[in-house]
Design a protein around this ligand. Structure first.
Ligand code: AVJ
Ligand code: FE
Length: 439
């Protein structure tokens, strides 16, 4: 992106905006109007709220802030301000209806396409202006993943269709070794990196082992069968309290029929596939599994070092496979498939340490609280990251099959409450070498 000339940059931004809108249109066009305005879960907004919120943020940051134009519909700003109304309360608001919302986002978009053609993108402004467009592309894609999670929560017959992910897998050693030492974490160079990924800084990480792939359903079933949900030894106090209060006994969307585990996936009922990475588990469940397995969750720094550090050059890559933007053979991203690929897929996406599927398939819980990097500065607004920093949220890394490439990188940081299960989150384990193990 940094190497693009101005005209190519404009074309790139326009293409990315169009690609995002195509996805939003599919996610909101595949169900009827009644479904769009309905709340499918108190955890989620009605889909029609996400749609108009996408337009509202785009109007605020591009039409008004970059373009200096007056508001198109100032009276609706408050309705689509995520900080003004909790998700559970949004259905009661006087929201734009489906037809009005579509009209509104189209009106905003046509102004933005004008802006893409004529806004000055030279010199110092290039970085800032181009960033605003990149931020809005990522914002739409993030809400597209949120809308995909709403689809997964919705009852009724399937509304979305996609082909299966690649099924070719390699047999891998269960763990890879990552030697201790410093590496560069975060980025100062990536043009569309969000504030919380910045700046690049040196971090020392001790020797550790990391699972080659995310933990599979089959492995997770062994934890269930061993009574893992009934043994407080494996759970933190907060995790056990949650397990008791919510009556947890398996990942969300699973149930036992006779002696077979079934799951609901975007309206399809199917047996739980053993080789697929487990998804829809909370941080607490991930942590309990890891303790039962004699391991632990990786720290965020360990995860990023495994995903980016190239010992041959001593530098951190943009992605596990190198600096090239993701192609379909690298990773399961972009809602091309509506499930993770089996563990051991994507040989072309392997990291230098040998780990697979660090990008795509499932978000991976880490043991780290969502905190700013040294030298952090909020940009362009405190509400993107800064107001969430602290011990309430855990960091997730790597993106899922529902994440778009525009909103996924080796440095990208996601965060959520440790009890959340509706997101497309799984995990892999890490461990510290035993004494003498490496001698
Ligand atoms: C980074 C996924 C936690 O969805 O709450 C969307 C992204 N921020 N609109 C979220 C976001 C503002 C954010 N996450
Ligand atoms: Fe948002």
């Amino acid at each position: 992106l940094v190497d693009l000339g101005i005209d190519d940059l404009r074309a790139h931004v326009a293409a990315e905006l169009a690609r995002s809108r195509q996805r939003s249109a599919e996610l909101t066009g595949s169900v009827d109007d009644e479904d769009l305005v309905k709340q499918h879960s108190p955890l989620m907004s009605p889909l029609v709220w996400d749609l108009a919120h996408i337009g509202s943020q785009e109007e605020l940051w591009l039409v008004r802030d970059v373009g200096g134009a007056p508001a198109i519909r100032p009276e609706i700003d408050d309705l689509y301000d995520a900080f003004q109304h909790a998700r559970a309360d949004r259905p009661q608001l006087p929201l734009l209806g489906p037809a009005e919302a579509r009209e509104y986002v189209a009106a905003v978009r046509s102004k933005v396409f004008d802006l893409v053609d004529r806004v000055p993108l030279e010199g110092r402004r290039l970085v800032q202006q181009a960033f605003a467009f990149g931020m809005i592309v990522q914002h739409e894609q993030q809400h597209d993943e949120t809308m995909l999670a709403t689809h997964q929560l919705r009852d009724g017959p399937p509304a979305l269709a996609a082909g299966p992910p690649p099924s070719d897998v390699d047999v891998l050693p269960p763990e890879v070794f990552v030697p201790g030492g410093p590496f560069t974490m975060g980025t100062s160079a990536e043009p569309w990196a969000l504030d919380n990924e910045r700046p690049a800084h040196q971090v020392h990480v001790d020797d550790f082992y990391l699972d080659s792939t995310p933990v599979t359903n089959g492995a997770y079933l062994a934890f269930i069968d061993a009574g893992g949900y009934d043994d407080p030894r494996w759970w933190s106090d907060a995790g056990w309290a949650r397990r008791q209060q919510a009556g947890l006994r398996a990942p969300r969307f699973w149930w036992l029929e006779g002696d077979r585990w079934l799951r609901r996936r975007f309206g399809h009922v199917e047996p739980v596939p053993a080789e697929e990475p487990v998804v829809h588990v909370s941080f607490h469940e991930a942590e309990a599994y890891a303790a039962w397995a004699g391991k632990r969750l990786p720290t965020e720094a360990e995860w990023e070092k495994a995903a980016r550090f190239d010992p041959a050059s001593g530098r951190s890559r943009r992605y596990p496979w190198g600096d090239a933007d993701p192609r379909p053979g690298h990773a399961n991203l972009g809602q091309r498939h509506l499930q993770p690929a089996p563990a051991g897929a994507y040989p072309d996406g392997a990291a230098p340490c040998g780990a697979r599927q660090l990008i795509g398939d499932v978000w991976e819980w880490t043991s780290t609280d969502f905190l700013p990097y040294p030298g952090f500065s909020a940009f362009p607004y405190r509400e993107y990251s800064e107001v969430f920093f602290g011990a309430d949220y855990k960091v997730l890394r790597g993106g899922s099959f529902g994440t778009d490439a525009a909103a996924c990188r080796g440095t990208f940081r996601n965060w959520d409450y440790p009890i959340r299960r509706q997101i497309f989150a799984g995990f892999r384990c890490a461990r510290t070498p035993r004494r003498g193990e490496r001698d």
